[in-house]
Design a protein around this ligand. Structure first.
Ligand code: AMP
Length: 557
């Protein structure tokens, strides 16, 4: 498609200057398609992901439309999370840099409502907020809807996933029908289409596919293990996922040699590739990887540069890459040509900081997962043998074998299950004698707990912020922090400190119970290690803090 220049869009000079300052040369595809349509006053459904420039695609026409003279609320942007609300508010502020008299304000749960109310009183024209908090302000009449002419639903699918549907509908129903409504969503499931049908007027559908370094079709996970357990961890992941072809990245040549050797010893078809190999050796290794006789290629970044194999199913980062960009290059080796891919990263010690940088560089969340236990691996291997067995049972005639076997088992008094188990043992490669569970300081988690309704979680959180409660939810753990109300700390400060220092999304943090001298914070069990590790010796509101799991600590009022 043809990309427009911002100068061709009849924007006011203030916006054009700001866009120039921001370094935007041409409009991105979503901007080229959406801005002219929105400027015409039409409703739109924009199917676009983060990273496509979608914020400016609604931000620019929204600012063009705002009347700086009118000191009343004129536009509302609803976002699923506090992080996104802040991000959108930042982008709008940059775009409005030269527009005097235009004020925007992010409002979200967990932040002091009194200071938000103060902000809203100062003639704010644009509010960017999470649905729950916007509704709260509507009910308090601190947000007035009479002059609103534009509503944006940003990441609408994500808002519905978080259980905000009712809140969104309440907000939309309360605003005059004369408004313009812009709905953005990465995916278009039925509930989104229903909302569009009910609340949008003849919307134009605008769709863009994200180009650039896309990692969206790659499932990314990380694992926290001790350095000494990394080889075992890779072996278990390879066993469980059994990718047809995989690439394992190490940061040093020595590491490549050692790991390739170890994997070969364990019976994997693995080879190492690095700059010290002669060209002829490299050609041999690459040839074997291309034709599939080598399934696992262990390599350094430099050596892997020329690899152009399309069907790599998984990339493993045995070491976290030194450079954010390298991470994208590494994992971009999988998920090619429209296929799905997987990327696994092992983390030990301080690597978590590097991983956090990578996440913000790639604008993605990499979920933590657990390395399977020895028993998990064994079960998976057995299941594979059973599948092969079933296949043989269906397709091959075995009458002759069965006749002989039943006779033999009977005569020798052998129990059939035991016979099958022995055959199974013979056909499974031995699995190592290492520890059952090698996850670093892992706290046993109850997997059921992740199934509970996200809406409940949100409501629970809304109810619990700032209030004491003793209920411990499944999958959540309590942390103790040695600061509290008497140090003038608010729940929002704690929330901000945790989300700022760690990869934990704000929405996953549970109740924050503040007492005079200390605070209990409820967080998902899987983040406990990371939070305790990252927050130790940090400061909140200038005060040194100590943070630890709250096991055994009693609330004393
Ligand atoms: P978004 O998809 O809105 O999260 O935007 C992703 C990033 O691209 C942000 O850092 C924007 O500032 C930037 N961006 C947006 N539009 C453009 C553009 N036309 N040219 C260059 N960068 C842009």
């Amino acid at each position: 498609m043809e990309l427009l220049k911002f100068e061709e869009m009849h924007l006011n000079d203030e916006i054009l200057r700001a866009v120039k300052d921001m370094g935007f040369e041409t409009a991105s595809p979503i901007q080229s398609k959406a801005i002219p349509v929105v400027l015409e006053g039409k409703d739109i459904i924009g199917q676009a992901q983060t990273g496509t420039g979608k914020t400016a695609s609604f931000g620019i026409p929204l600012l063009q439309k705002v009347n700086p003279e009118l000191k009343k609320l004129q536009a509302i942007v609803l976002c699923p999370t506090r992080e996104l609300a802040i991000q959108v508010a930042d982008e709008l502020r940059k775009l409005a840099k030269y527009m005097h008299g235009v004020k925007s304000l992010p409002v979200y749960g967990g932040q002091d409502i009194v200071s938000q109310i103060r902000g809203l009183k100062g003639g704010t024209q644009i509010v960017i907020g999470t649905p729950g908090r916007v509704l709260d302000h509507m009910r308090r009449k601190t947000i007035k809807l009479d002059n609103i002419s534009t509503v944006v639903l940003d990441e609408a699918d994500e808002m519905l996933n978080m259980g905000f549907r009712e809140d969104i509908e309440t907000v939309l129903s309360a605003i005059s029908d004369d408004r313009q409504t812009l709905l953005f969503s990465a995916t278009m499931p039925k509930p989104i289409m229903e909302i569009a049908k009910t609340y949008l007027k003849k919307p134009e559908v605008i769709k863009v596919v994200k180009k650039e370094l896309t990692v969206n079709n790659i499932e990314q996970k990380y694992y926290v293990v001790k350095n000494d357990d990394k080889q075992e961890a890779i072996a278990r992941l390879l066993d469980v996922y059994s990718p047809k072809l995989s690439l394992v990245f190490c940061n040093t040549k020595k590491q490549v040699d050692e790991l390739a050797e170890e994997l070969k010893n364990r019976g994997f078809f693995a080879e190492g590739l690095h700059g010290d190999l002669k060209q002829i050796q490299r050609d041999r290794v690459m040839g074997a990887f291309r034709n599939g006789s080598t399934q696992i290629l262990v390599a350094t970044d430099v050596a892997a540069r020329g690899i152009d194999v399309d069907d790599v199913e998984a990339v493993f980062n045995y070491d976290v890459p030194q450079d954010d960009e390298n991470y994208v290059h590494r994992i971009g080796r999988t998920g090619r040509a429209g296929r799905d891919g997987r990327a696994f990263t092992l983390i030990s010690g301080r690597d978590i900081f590097k991983l956090k940088d990578i996440m913000s560089y790639c604008k993605t969340t990499i979920e933590r997962d657990r390395i399977p236990t020895r028993t998990d691996v064994l079960k998976i291997k057995m299941d594979k043998v059973i599948d092969d067995m079933k296949n043989t049972m269906e397709n091959d005639s075995m009458d002759e074998i069965i006749t002989y076997l039943s006779e033999k088992l009977k005569n020798e008094d052998i129990v059939p299950e035991k016979a099958i188990a022995s055959l199974m043992k013979l056909s499974i490669d031995s699995i190592s004698e290492s520890e059952e569970d090698i996850n670093y300081r892992e706290i046993k988690r109850n997997t059921e707990s992740f199934d509970y309704d996200r809406k409940n979680r949100r409501n629970d959180r809304r109810d619990n912020i700032g209030r004491g409660h003793d209920r411990q939810r499944k999958g959540m753990a309590k942390l103790f922090i040695n600061i509290g109300k008497s140090q003038n700390v608010r729940p929002g400060d704690i929330l901000g400190a945790i989300t700022g220092e760690t990869s934990v999304p704000g929405r996953e943090i549970g109740s924050i119970d503040m007492y005079d001298k200390y605070t209990f914070v409820e967080v998902p069990v899987r983040y406990v290690d990371e939070i305790v590790y990252s927050m130790k010796k940090k400061k909140i509101k200038g005060k040194n803090i100590n943070i630890e799991t709250a096991n055994g600590r009693k609330h004393k009022k």
